[in-house]
Design a protein around this ligand. Structure first.
Ligand SMILES: Nc1ncnc2c1ncn2[C@@H]1O[C@H](COP(=O)(O)OP(=O)(O)OP(=O)(O)O)[C@@H](O)[C@H]1O
Ligand SMILES: [Mg+2]
Length: 225
C-alpha cells in the first residue's frame, strides 16, 4: 500500500513556567492509504501536538512530515493552508466551529474557495448531516447544540472535501456508545475507500478496531502493534 503520511524524527518542546516539556520526542511512523491508525495515550502525552504538527498547524523543532509526498513544513504558510484544504480533513479537539454560522454553513465552509459548482458541496453536506443524525439541527448555531452534536458537525466538516487524510483529535470523546460506534463505522469506511485516518485518543477501547495502534507516553512512542 502507498504511504500517505510519513513522520520522521519529529520533535517539539514547550517552555512553560515549570521548565521544558518534551511534547514530542523523536517520533517516526507511517500511515498507508486505506489504513486506520490510532495513537493512544494519557492526557498530556502529546497527542494534540502530534496531530497539529502533522496537519501543518504547528511548527516542530525538528523532524519532517510528508503528506502524499509533500513535505508540509517546507511550504509557505499560504501554500500549506491551500495544501491542507485540498488534502487534509482535521477534527479539532475543541471543534473550532464558527459560532455565528449554522451547522449546515459550518460544514459548507470546508468547500469555500474550492468548488466552483456549489451543488456537490450542498449535496455532500446533506448526506453528511443525515449520516450523523444532524438534519434536525442543520439550522442551529453551535451554541444551540450539545457537545456531541458539535463533535459530529466538526467531523462532517472534515469529511466534506473527501480528503486524502483525516486527522481526528478525540473524535468520539463526547459521544454516547451508539454515536461513537457510528463515528468509528464512518472512519473505517473512509479508510476502506482508500483514505488514511489518524485518530488520537486517550481511550484504549478503539485500539481493537484499527489496523495500526501506536502508544504515546510523555512524547515518545513506546510500542507499535
Ligand atoms: N502551547 C503550549 N505551551 C506550553 N506547553 C504546552 C503547550 N501545548 C502543550 N503543552 C504541553 O505539552 C504536553 C502535550 O500536550 P498535548 O496537548 O499535546 O497533550 P494531549 O495528549 O493532547 O492531552 P489531552 O489528552 O489532555 O488532550 C502537555 O504536557 C502540555 O502541558
Ligand atoms: Mg489533546
Amino acid at each position: 500500500m502507498k504511504t500517505i503520511v510519513r513522520v520522521e524524527k519529529l520533535a517539539k518542546a514547550f517552555r512553560g513556567p515549570t521548565g521544558k516539556v518534551n511534547a514530542l520526542d523523536d517520533i517516526s511512523f507511517t500511515v498507508d492509504a486505506g489504513q486506520l491508525t490510532v495513537v493512544q495515550g494519557p492526557s498530556g502525552c502529546g497527542k494534540t501536538t502530534l496531530l497539529l504538527a502533522i496537519g501543518g498547524l504547528l511548527e516542530p523543532d525538528s523532524g519532517r512530515v510528508f503528506v502524499d509526498g509533500q513535505e508540509m513544513h517546507s511550504l509557505s504558510a499560504d501554500a500549506r493552508a491551500r495544501f491542507r484544504a485540498d488534502n487534509i480533513g482535521f477534527v479539532f479537539q475543541q471543534f473550532h466551529l464558527v459560532p455565528y454560522l449554522s451547522v449546515r454553513e459550518n460544514v459548507l465552509t470546508a468547500a469555500l474557495g474550492r468548488i466552483a459548482e456549489p451543488e456537490p458541496a450542498a449535496k455532500g453536506t446533506n448526506e453528511l448531516l443525515a449520516r450523523f443524525g444532524l438534519q434536525e439541527r442543520a439550522r442551529h448555531l453551535p451554541a444551540e447544540l450539545s457537545t456531541g452534536e458539535r463533535q459530529r458537525t466538526a467531523l462532517a466538516r472534515a469529511l466534506l472535501n473527501r480528503p486524502k487524510v483525516l486527522l481526528a483529535d478525540e473524535p468520539t470523546g463526547n459521544l454516547d456508545p451508539e454515536n461513537a460506534e457510528k463515528v468509528w463505522d464512518c472512519l473505517r469506511s473512509f479508510a476502506s475507500d482508500g483514505g488514511s485516518v489518524l485518530v488520537v485518543t486517550h481511550d484504549p477501547t478503539p485500539a481493537r478496531k484499527c489496523q495500526q495502534v501506536l502508544r504515546l507516553d510523555q512524547g515518545r512512542l513506546i510500542a507499535c502493534a
